[in-house]
Write a protein of this length. Structure first.
Length: 336
């Protein structure tokens, strides 16, 4: 497995061991027992981490949230980066981490259907895993993401990937945030939050700590961003109080989408700051990131697929406006 860098765009491509992927996927699909349910611990790789209130033994029942290695990892934890060149091209070993967060011991499919207390435990697990993975100097970035709908295993889970390079999408956000800060000495996300509150046209959810908005330049129908009102560049620094508030915000938005769009497939991604360890400091990266970047979730229902137009131009065709989306979602009442 290797990572290869596109010399034009700077994007990194992972060459995975494709021969293993279909076999593992088919085995999971044909399994009679869900490997993520409590009592099926022997069907997964050995756990990396678990919330176990009764101090039960690893890889046994008694857990609340469980983290295991991916069945088909995009990156491998073992080895050194060994960054090297092939004439004008750059490549390195596909070293990183790829983990599955099993969000509940019960066989429930959608995160929005979990109790608030359980979602709090999931959020807490995200923060703990990100903090732990950032201790490894080989890793430049840690990304949390979730794909719901069409999963091979229909049991609520999300994934965490630690990468040895900064992903292209995050790098673009970091660059744009820094340019804005260099010019205005303010966080662009904080300014967006202030403007959205003032205009009150694209707000989907709001409480004391968090705000959910249909972004002004939404790429996808019913795309929602969820941001902390208080400036924070690193998700793993979230407080206990904020964990509880985030669980309410996340459940509220996902439940609104579930009710309005008839339980659609969706993805969400947590964008947080890269690893600010010694490796980053040596190269002089991210000198103002604590002030110019702002962690956030991007939630994207999969209502339509990208086409040649999007791939060829980088433009997105979105048949809905964020103002319409926000208006419709605000009218959806959720009770829990």
């Amino acid at each position: 497995m290797t990572l290869r860098r596109d010399p034009i765009t700077g994007r990194w491509i992972v060459n995975t061991e494709q021969a293993e992927q279909p076999q593992k996927a088919q085995a999971l699909k044909e399994a009679e027992t869900c490997p993520f349910c409590e009592g099926s611990e022997a069907l997964t790789p050995a756990e990396i981490f678990a919330l176990r209130p009764n101090e039960s033994k690893p890889d046994s029942p008694g857990w609340e949230v469980r983290v295991v290695p991916s069945f088909s990892p995009a990156l491998r934890i073992e080895g050194e980066l060994h960054r090297r060149g092939e004439l004008m091209y750059d490549l390195m070993n596909a070293v990183g981490a790829h983990e599955i967060v099993v969000e509940t011991p019960e066989h429930i499919g959608n995160l929005s259907d979990l109790e608030l207390a359980q979602i709090e435990k999931v959020v807490k697990t995200y923060a703990l895993r990100i903090a732990d993975l950032k201790k490894d100097e080989r890793f430049r970035s840690v990304v949390v993401f979730k794909n719901y709908g069409g999963d091979i295993v229909r049991h609520s889970h999300s994934q965490i990937i630690a990468t040895p390079v900064t992903p292209q999408n995050l790098r673009e956000e970091l660059s744009g945030s820094r340019e804005y800060y260099d010019y205005k000495e303010r966080c662009i996300y904080c300014d967006i939050i202030k403007q959205e509150i003032k205009q009150n046209k694209r707000i989907v959810f709001e409480d004391e700590s968090f705000i959910g908005i249909a972004p002004f330049s939404s790429r996808f129908p019913y795309e929602v961003w969820l941001l902390p009102k208080k400036h924070s560049f690193a998700f793993e620094t979230i407080s206990e109080k904020e964990v509880s508030s985030l669980a309410v915000a996340l459940k509220s938005i996902l439940k609104k989408l579930q009710l309005l769009l008839d339980d659609p497939p969706y993805s969400f991604v947590l964008h947080s700051s890269p690893n600010l360890g010694e490796r980053g400091e040596r190269h002089g990266y991210w000198q103002t990131i604590k002030y110019d970047y702002h962690w956030h979730f991007e939630i994207m229902p999969q209502a339509m697929e990208s086409s040649g137009f999007e791939w060829g131009t980088g433009f997105y065709l979105n048949p809905t406006t964020p103002e319409e989306v926000a208006s419709r979602l605000r009218q959806v009442e959720v009770n829990f």
